[in-house]
Write a protein that binds this ligand. Structure first.
Ligand code: BES
Ligand code: MN
Ligand code: ZN
Length: 501
């Protein structure tokens, strides 16, 4: 992949042109080609069988201009104009970027804007999506490679369209991708490195670098603040639990209610005494991805978005481990808001730590709204796969904002239902509620129903279950196999469009 991406340069090495399926080059594209490619190599490439017109299908041509200079021309299929939306542009950028990296292109001139405009796209939206696609594609995490791995040299990519509206947005897109890539690198970091203390250090560093304020509650402070879920879930691990609070507070925002972003940050989930079996534990280093997405969003918020509304991030950080000190099935926990919980399954730990953060948010932050992200249930993976995150939100206004952000970023959400009957499912004969009903009904909804006992009814709240979308097994479009950074861009976009009133 690329060492770096810079928007600008002379674009002399490679020209990228597009065409819609079943159509010839449009007049603006033909004009560009006439200069660079007088002998018509690109027109020839368009006639080759690989030029199917499918979005992302690429044929290569070598154009010789009069001066004897050769330019590589990538002739790129764009599909049907009506299907070319910003999400398609992001994926397209991924496909073009893969080709650019493979041929080690350095100075790239994009001539795609005529087609983007023809498809009715706003050039700034298209530019940002293109930049995001390239930036997401460029993510590499080779920190954990050693001497037995081959070192690859990566090229520095310069890329431009030459239209400032598109190019400025593309640069912004690259920056936003960097925030999502921060999330991905954290997700990738193994649990023996990314301990609870490591996550706290990363939050402190992020705060110092970007001007956020940072407070970390641990030890006695957790006891004082009755963070009973964190204390119990984290008890068995030598890596101690903490609640991380980051705050973005723009000038002139006093009196404005903050958006509160909550993230499940389980640095490892063994299941606890209800131990995970049959290899179900593998990959549970990514059980911190809700919190990592919130950190990535805070990075974007502080460096790129700079919204007018204050934003508070709360990360509930613990390691769900086993030892003689572990919390157990049958334990009863009394929460800060007075609700008591009978633990039936120590593997339903995420909701127990999120409950602390939600109570804190309602109690202390006077939030305009709360959004939590969590790799909460395997059930949501069964239900929605890796295509949509499960969304629980009974507040029409907030749900509208989240759906709009999902549309803009391609981080898709699908609403799942809430109902008093689901809340009843969680009732306990011993305490107020159970952390998991032993029947197998509606697990993702049980999770949301549980959490609802810790949110003040008057505060708009959305729970996003990201267990299916936080990582991918497929290398396609702008993603490679591994973490997707899901949520960092969605939350950033949501705050960008939040007027703060
Ligand atoms: N972290 C898991 C959920 C998960 C599963 C995330 C697969 C990513 C991929 C969560 O803590 C968990 O163990 N959930 C249980 C809940 C059950 C015990 C109620 C589950 O989904 O099986
Ligand atoms: Mn679990
Ligand atoms: Zn978990």
């Amino acid at each position: 992949m690329f060492q770096s991406i810079r928007v600008g340069g002379t674009g002399r090495d490679t020209l990228v042109v597009g065409y819609f399926q079943g159509q010839a080059f449009d007049t603006a594209t033909a004009k560009v080609l006439k200069q660079v490619d007088p002998s018509g190599a690109a027109a020839g490439a368009l006639k080759r069988p690989e030029s199917t017109g499918d979005a992302g299908a690429i044929a290569e041509a070598f154009a010789s201009a009069k001066g004897g200079q050769t330019t590589r021309v990538l002739v790129v299929g764009l599909g049907k104009p009506e299907a070319l939306d910003t999400d398609a542009v992001r994926t397209l950028a991924g496909n073009i970027g893969r080709k650019l990296a493979a041929v080690k292109a350095t100075g790239v001139q994009l001539a795609l804007t005529p087609c983007f405009e023809k498809a009715g796209l706003d050039l700034a939206d298209a530019g940002q999506a293109f930049g995001e696609g390239l930036g997401l594609l460029a993510w590499v995490c080779d920190e954990f490679k050693g001497t037995a791995a081959k070192k690859t040299n990566r090229v520095r990519l310069s890329i431009r369209a030459g239209e400032s509206e598109f190019d400025n947005a593309m640069a912004r897109g690259v920056d936003l991708a960097e925030s999502a890539n921060f999330t991905r690198t954290l997700s990738q970091t193994p649990p023996n490195v990314a301990t609870t203390g490591f996550i706290a250090d990363m939050a402190r560093k992020l705060a110092r670098k970007t001007g956020l304020s940072c407070k970390i509650l641990e030890g006695e402070e957790l006891v004082r603040e009755k963070m009973i879920g964190l204390i119990n879930v984290g008890k068995a691990s030598e890596n101690k639990p903490c609640l991380i609070r980051l705050e973005y507070k723009p000038r002139g925002s006093s009196g404005k209610k903050p958006a509160v972003l909550v993230g499940k940050t389980m640095t490892y989930d063994t299941g606890g005494l209800s131990l995970k079996i049959n290899n179900g534990m593998v990959g549970m280093k990514r059980d911190k991805d809700g919190g990592c997405a919130v950190l990535g969003a805070m990075h974007a918020i502080a460096t790129v978005i700079k919204p007018r509304r204050p934003v508070v991030a709360l990360l509930a950080v613990a390691e769900n481990s086993i030892s003689d000190e572990a919390y157990r099935p049958d334990d009863v926990l009394r929460y800060r808001n007075g609700v008591t919980v009978e633990v039936t399954n120590t593997d339903a730990e995420g909701r127990l730590v999120l409950a602390d953060a939600l109570c804190w948010a309602c109690d202390k932050e006077k939030p305009a709204y709360i959004i939590d992200l969590a790799t909460l249930t395997g059930g949501v993976v069964v239900a929605l796969g890796s295509t949509f995150a499960g969304m629980f939100c009974e507040h029409d206004g907030l749900r509208g904002k989240i759906e709009a952000a999902a549309k803009a970023t391609g981080e898709r959400v699908w609403r799942l239902p809430m109902h008093a009957e689901y809340r009843d499912l969680m009732k306990s004969p011993i305490a107020d509620i159970l952390n998991s009903n032993p029947n197998r009904k509606a697990h993702p909804i049980q999770g949301a129903a549980f959490l609802s006992y810790f949110v003040d009814e008057k505060i708009p709240w959305c729970h996003l279950d990201i267990a299916g979308v936080h990582a991918t097994e497929r290398s396609a479009g702008c993603f490679i196999e591994g973490p997707t950074g899901w949520g960092a861009r969605l939350l950033a976009n949501l705050l960008e469009n939040d007027t703060g009133r």
